[in-house]
Design a protein around this ligand. Sequence first.
Ligand code: COA
Length: 393
Amino acid sequence: MKVGIDKLHFATSHLYVDMAELATARQAEPDKYLIGIGQSQMAVIPPSQDAVTLAANAAYPMLTAADIEAIDLLIVGTESGVDNSKASAIYVAHLLGLNRRVRAIEMKEACYAATAGVRLAQEHVQAHPDKKALVIGTDIARYGLKSAGEPTQGGGAVAMLISADPQVLALSDQSCLLSEDVMDFWRPLYHTEALVDGKYSSNIYIDYFQDVFKGYLEATETQPEALTALVFHLPYTKMGLKALRSVLPMVDEAQQATWLAHFEHARQLNRQVGNLYTGSLYLSLLSQLLTDPDLKAGDRLGLFSYGSGAEGEFYTGELQANYQQGLDLGLPQRLTKRQRVSVAEYERLFNGQLAWKAEDQDLDYQNDPHRFVLAGQRDEQRQYFDQQAEKQL
Ligand code: COA
């Protein structure tokens, strides 16, 4: 029985900052950000969006009443959680109106957690083929204003419906995993911004990729040429390119050119959004499937997931006949319709997020066009609002 991704949707903010403008403001050469980092635009997440609202905004447009009826597992992967105890998945299940008989949990392992969710959901559906699982990777990547990591920020959520006989991608049963205790990136409980040893983490990423990629090929007796394209976790798009280049000597020149050409499609949408931690690999998959004209049913894609700390996994998926039907087809156009903000406005919004204090707070969400917004905090409880239904949730 085939099990895999049946639907794949994405949500981010309606605001972005231009990376050439940000580079100039930081006294850097624009090409450092545009080419050296590989980012053209960066999503600016307003205070009225958090990991919960981004997740709900990603999932609700793709879910039918029948999907909602069949979903008995919701896994939210995030490292931007809103509570130390309560799972963001509980809020998301409420916003989406999921069945009360759903198992709703939050998972954490840096940028890897959504992949853990997909793999567990896959096993769940294999055991219960009439059920569906919803897996969402949702994050706001924050390194801090004027930090070295600043140009690798961004945010958004990717929602995936996992089912039997999936429309989009049938996932391999086998995968290759690696996890070890590495201090390349972390966020202590008292920090709102991540701590990172950037160069070290980039090297560990490549080491992990080589290890699990080769481990998968060996264990499954797969020739690298059997993989049409390789899709990567993209904290910034140059990172995936570096990892891809590191394995090019394994294949002949024609295959190298094929992989490099496919990779340009896989990074197209990530270039416009920036980092989204857990959802990053799956936005790249969506980018590949939406923008690459040289894919066909039966093609096998390799997926590399990496979470600092560190955990990596490589697995594959087989493209299904009507894969376009399960995709967020309006996404490229939505990204072009976003509103550009100045560096000063981006800094104001960056500093305006809900404060970590007990007092009641109101957030300005009037200009946020998304259905689900964070309206503020009352009695130390987050206040979510459904703008379409005009109702407090
Ligand atoms: N034109 C073209 N390229 C340029 C350039 C220019 N004018 N100026 C610099 N560059 C290139 C550099 O050569 C370098 O490329 P390389 O990495 O291929 O060698 C790249 O731009 C970045 O320059 P660098 O000086 O290394 O940048 P930095 O010290 O400011 O830091 C990161 C870059 C990525 C390390 C930093 O943004 C960071 O720490 N980000 C977070 C890392 C992360 O996401 N880790 C998690 C991994 S999952």
